[in-house]
Design a protein around this ligand. Structure first.
Ligand code: ZN
Ligand code: ZN
Length: 221
């Protein structure tokens, strides 16, 4: 399945049915600089590269890779992407150690039967919010301690890459549901126009975006 344009300059380029089984949804922000949000589960990135090319960009030009959190279905492709592009990796400090070492429990790699190679994290995000390459991020702990959401204010409205809004929660990942509820409140307060989720797709319009977040809150009350 080919890539999908969400709005001008923002594309869905990876995912379970787009690239490899088990991949999270991966989003490309044209910038410049060229930024990828999450890298999928697969250690291979051939199909992801093909989709980026199809969107009109060279995957070798990816300058920054944002990791929304340290789960294998979002970080499997990191090593191959770094080898291809030399991109800098950004992740929150509270998930960075698990990402660097490929910790089988905290990354859930043991659920997938994948052995993650060690990788480097060049931009270790500290605190509750910040900016990398013109993309804003906020800390949304809960699903994992170092979960972040990234967002860009596009002419079409605020595009929010919140990824695993839906959970799940596990002691193995050091999940914290109370923190997660507070984090969902932060996402609602951002008033997204478009919500790019990690597995459930793209929600267009502020009402649809907030409805999805509120439905998750209700499901995990
Ligand atoms: Zn996850
Ligand atoms: Zn996921």
């Amino acid at each position: 399945m080919p890539c999908q344009r969400i709005v001008e300059g923002i594309y869905l380029v990876g995912g379970d049915t787009l690239t490899y089984a088990g991949d999270c949804l991966c989003y490309l922000v044209a910038g410049p600089p060229l930024v990828l949000v999450d890298a999928g589960a697969s250690l291979e990135i051939g199909r992801l590269s093909d989709n980026i090319l199809e969107a009109g960009f060279n995957p070798r030009d990816i300058a920054h890779l944002f990791l929304t959190h340290g789960h294998v279905d979002h970080i499997g492709g990191v090593a191959a992407l770094k080898e291809l592009s030399g991109c800098r990796v950004a992740a929150h400090t509270d998930d960075a150690a698990a990402i660097r070492t490929g910790d089988p429990g905290r990354t859930a790699a043991n659920w997938y039967g994948i052995e993650l190679p060690p990788v480097t994290v060049e931009d270790e995000l500290q605190g509750v919010s910040g900016d990398v390459a013109g993309i804003r991020w906020i800390h949304i702990p809960g699903h994992t301690p170092g979960s972040i959401a990234a967002y860009v204010d596009h002419p079409a409205g605020r595009v929010l890459f919140a990824q695993d809004v839906h959970g799940p929660f596990s002691q193995q990942f050091r999940s914290d549901k109370d923190q997660w509820r507070a984090s969902m409140g932060k996402l609602l307060a951002l008033e997204p126009e478009i919500l790019c989720e990690g597995h459930y797709g793209v929600f267009n319009g502020n009402a649809a975006a907030k409805q999805f977040i509120r439905a998750q809150l209700a499901a995990h009350a």
